[in-house]
Design a protein around this ligand. Structure first.
Ligand code: UDP
Length: 385
């Protein structure tokens, strides 16, 4: 039995086991329609590239994945999301995108989705966002990170090879560089991760490169620096119970959801003693994914590039910028495990090869995250899972 996209909004199962039981004896994956319609009114302008790609977005209900889905659709591409909703939200998937509830570790289901979708039109590109990404968590639970980030990718690559998908865009991270000496990271720098998160992403990068060589794939590896902010629609943003990143934690303090912000460490080898990072707006990052997907399809060659703003701000500077916009309390606390002192992107390669240039500054990042979080509090968005 071939399952079709459902005509009426589905009651969304929370787990694959639930999906199976609802589907009775069928083992075919269901393409589900959004429970809450999240329609993008200004969508479907044609891409500047002139391409119309069909893109599988694995992890497309999560933070960066959903912003990329928005930008893909805004650029006239066709999108199908595959996500287990472990940290994502189905409400983050716009109604213009197809949606399958499934786990990246479930090779059988991934293969079925690829086969089922290919019957109407094969995927041109697959994008991978289904990873665990919290540095301190990776230090305490390294095996979970290897399982999800390395084994999960192996499963996905195996399904892509079997399904004939030839282009993959992969979310990597500045954490692959480890402790840099100068602070500015260039793609050709040595990669010596200092935490399990960075190690798993580096292993994943290498797995992609070897698989690409063996099976004739094109790939884009995108090394993110510190991603924050929310889409201008405020329909999507970073929506999680357990927030660990600096910008949303500042906003929680500013919105009275936490007593104060703690600054982790003031004795690093930096001018003010706090860690320096490169903050990039999630929409800028998402647009880079669209460009990277188009680039590898057009040029049939691999791409590895940093995505950041090219500017570093210390934690103290971010706090000061935020204090000029909002009021909140802060205090210094001990260092956090696994934090390198300084990570700043050299973004010349993305500028040169993709023509990409981040458009949104730190103030826009802070304001959009604040606005999104205020919207969550006012109950216009479903609560975190
Ligand atoms: N940070 C902090 N207080 C917090 C959260 C983060 O001082 O409540 C610091 C953290 O130690 C690091 C920087 O902010 O130096 C960025 O951390 P984040 O978790 O946002 O991203 P990461 O660089 O770890 O990916």
């Amino acid at each position: 039995m071939q399952l079709e996209a459902q005509d009426t909004p589905a009651q969304i199962p929370k787990t694959r086991a639930h999906l199976k039981s609802e589907a009775g004896t069928s083992t075919h994956p269901s393409r589900l329609t959004s429970a809450k319609t999240n329609s993008l009114s200004h969508m479907n302008r044609a891409s500047d590239s002139g391409l119309n790609l069909k893109v599988l977005v694995v992890g497309g209900a999560g933070y960066i994945g959903s912003h990329t889905v928005y930008e893909l659709i805004r650029n006239g591409h066709q999108v199908v999301v595959y996500d287990n909703l472990s940290s994502g939200h189905q409400s983050a998937v716009p109604e213009q995108a197809g949606f399958y509830l499934g786990d990246i570790l479930d090779e059988h289901q991934l293969e079925q989705v690829l086969a089922q979708e290919s019957a109407s039109r094969p995927f041109d590109v697959a994008m991978h966002f289904a990873a665990k990404l919290i540095v301190p968590e990776s230090v305490t639970q390294p095996l979970r990170y290897y399982h999800n980030n390395v084994e999960g990718l192996r499963v996905m690559l195996s399904a892509l090879v079997a399904g004939g998908v030839r282009n993959i865009v992969f979310s990597s991270t500045a954490a692959v560089y480890g402790s840099t000496t100068g602070g500015e990271c260039h793609e050709d720098d040595r990669t010596i991760p200092i935490n399990p998160y960075g190690e798993t992403k580096l292993a994943a990068e290498r797995m992609i490169a070897w698989t690409a060589q063996a099976h004739g794939l094109n790939y884009a590896i995108l090394r993110y620096f510190n991603v924050a902010g929310a889409d201008t629609s405020l329909q999507i943003g970073l929506n999680k119970d357990q927030l660990t990143h600096l910008v949303p934690l500042i906003m929680q303090a500013a919105l009275g959801q936490r007593e104060k912000l703690e600054i982790f460490g003031r004795d690093y080898n930096t001018p003010d003693g706090t860690c320096i990072r490169d903050y990039v707006h999630v929409t800028d990052l998402a647009q880079a994914h669209v460009m990277a997907g188009e680039y590898i399809v057009k040029n049939e060659r691999p791409l590895l590039c940093n995505l950041g703003s090219g500017r570093g701000f210390s934690v103290r500077e971010v706090v000061e910028e935020a204090l000029s916009m909002f009021s909140f309390r802060y205090a210094y606390a001990p260092r956090r495990c696994g934090d390198p002192a300084k990570l700043i992107a050299n973004i010349e390669r993305a500028r040169h090869l993709l023509g990409w240039q981040p458009q949104r500054n730190l103030q826009t990042i802070l304001q959009s995250d604040y606005d999104y979080r205020r919207r969550l509090i006012s109950g216009q968005e479903p609560a975190s899972q």
